[in-house]
Design a protein around this ligand. Structure first.
Ligand code: NAI
Length: 454
């Protein structure tokens, strides 16, 4: 039976952008219908951020247990049971997906499971069909996310089909630890999975096209992580152009890497086809939906948030973009800013960074300087960690404003938001000196670096 109700907002996609948009809008009193073809939570919750953190935490516990003697903790027969690790990961996903379902209920969002198709615009409303029913809405938020980029490397398509090559989805659900894992792409997914499977027992080799790992990450952080992963037994082939995948190996211009499985993690592409987007004439550039600072597309009433706009493919950016779209629909002034977006690599130790690197700041025209201290300046870090790390702060010499913070060391992920707050609020070195940080915490490293600046 066709629905007659006209929703304020139709949201296509129930990942971080879609479910946050739906929830925020629902709590603001808007009537919302959310379409999801797989599971609420999208890639992040089901086959990305959350399951990978579950796996990596098990690896961290295992590594800490092995280092226990230094901390006065002796245990016999320490082992990592991959099957149990996977079982726990499934429980975590189940719990959180159910949680998102409750959040949708709490916000009175109508969740429709199925593939939504945009049918067009009729007068002032957008038409969407799903499972044979029609839905109408005054506004449309596209939050369809992204998929792994799979270029035409010879043998890749067949290798995906026969299970030799994996994407983020399959690598997070492998029933067995492969004896040899090749990883194509030394970006965030590649490094996090290399770290887990190496600890779990695979012989891991990462093939990366560039001469460094971790893409745009600040260069000293990326070099430190490369050294640590090498020390842990991960092999790297940098500057390698992959020429073929198949026959139990990855071939490259730097040589062949024999493997039992190969993870292909060379970036992601926006999902813009297969759901009728073209019927509305939404403007795309290089495969991404073009949006302005309020999340608006070229079609009035049509918004896009999250990976589908190709700006910064991070769940926390998607959350904020979703909020900006909803606020604009509700007539509240809000806009996106991308200069204080934290990013994290959840290896052991972690990397977390926000804002400009020294090089980036100089390229942006600042008279910038960087200031660095070892993590050992934070008492709690020394008490709890075996290896050292470091923290760098980049400032604008003219205004003394904080431009960037880059941390290599555990808890980096949990303290980097304070760096985002300093940058977002345009605080100066002297302002930060007046902020009280709890003691003893790892976060004090930021304060220490600030006080070292003359
Ligand atoms: P990525 O863009 O982070 O890294 C891809 C890497 O592959 C780059 O270093 C690139 O130079 C390399 N590459 C590209 N083509 C290649 C080729 N033919 N041969 C060898 N190397 C090649 O992409 P990734 O790791 O697939 O992650 C996808 C998205 O997911 C990213 O936008 C990332 O931000 C997000 N993500 C974020 C996480 C986090 O915040 N902790 C965790 C996992 C994913």
């Amino acid at each position: 039976m066709a629905e007659n109700k006209i929703y304020d907002i139709l949201v296509i996609g129930g990942g971080p952008a879609g479910y946050v948009a739906a929830e925020r809008a629902g709590h603001k009193g808007k009537s919302v219908c959310l379409f999801e073809k797989r599971a609420l939570g999208g890639v992040c919750l089901n086959e990305g951020c959350i399951p990978s953190k579950s796996l990596l935490n098990s690896a961290k516990i295992y590594e800490n247990a092995k280092d226990g003697e230094e901390f006065g903790v002796f245990t016999d027969d320490i082992k990592l049971d991959h099957k149990k690790v996977m079982e726990r990961k499934e429980k975590v996903i189940k719990k959180l997906v159910a949680g998102v379902g409750f959040q949708m209920k709490g916000a009175h969002v109508n969740v429709v499971y199925g593939t939504a198709m945009i049918e067009g615009k009729n007068g002032n409303t957008f038409q969407v069909s799903c499972n044979g029913e029609n839905y109408e809405g005054k506004n449309l938020i596209i939050a369809t996310g992204s998929s792994p980029s799979l270029p035409p490397i010879p043998g890749l398509k067949e290798s995906i089909e026969n299970g030799f090559a994996l994407t983020n989805r399959e690598v997070l659900s492998l029933p067995e630890v492969p004896a040899r894992l090749a990883v194509v792409g030394g970006g965030v997914i590649g490094l996090e999975m290399a770290a887990y499977y190496s600890v779990a027992g695979s012989k891991v080799t990462v093939l990366e096209m560039l001469d460094h790992i971790a893409g745009p990450t600040e260069s000293e952080l990326s070099a430190a992580l490369l050294n640590k992963l090498k020390k842990d037994g991960v092999e790297f082939m940098l500057g390698a152009r992959v020429t073929a995948i198949g026959d139990q190996k990855v071939s490259s211009d730097k040589g062949d890497v024999p493997a039992d499985k190969v993870l292909v993690s060379i970036g992601r592409r926006a999902n813009t086809s297969g759901f009728g987007l073209e019927k509305l004439g939404v403007y795309l550039e290089r495969g991404n939906i073009v949006t302005d600072e309020r999340g608006r597309t070229n079609i009035p009433g049509v918004y896009a948030a999250g990976d589908v706009n190709g700006k910064m493919m991070l769940a926390h950016v998607a959350y904020r973009e979703a909020e900006v779209c909803v606020n604009d629909i509700c007539g509240e002034s809000d806009f996106m800013r991308y200069d204080a977006v934290p990013s994290v690599i959840y290896t052991h130790p972690e990397i977390a960074t926000v804002g400009h690197s020294l090089e980036g700041a100089k390229n942006a025209g600042y008279d910038a300087s960087e200031h660095k201290l070892p993590m050992a300046y934070a008492g709690r870090y020394v008490a709890e960690n075996k290896d050292d790390g470091f923290c760098k702060v980049v400032i604008d010499n003219k205004t003394r404003r904080i431009l960037g913070i880059h941390i290599y060391g555990n808890y980096a992920s949990e303290i980097i938001h304070s760096g985002a707050a300093l940058i977002e609020n345009r605080l100066r070195v002297e302002d930060v000196k007046q902020i009280i940080f709890p003691h003893p915490t790892v976060s004090e490293i930021i304060r220490e670096v600030i006080f070292s600046i003359k």
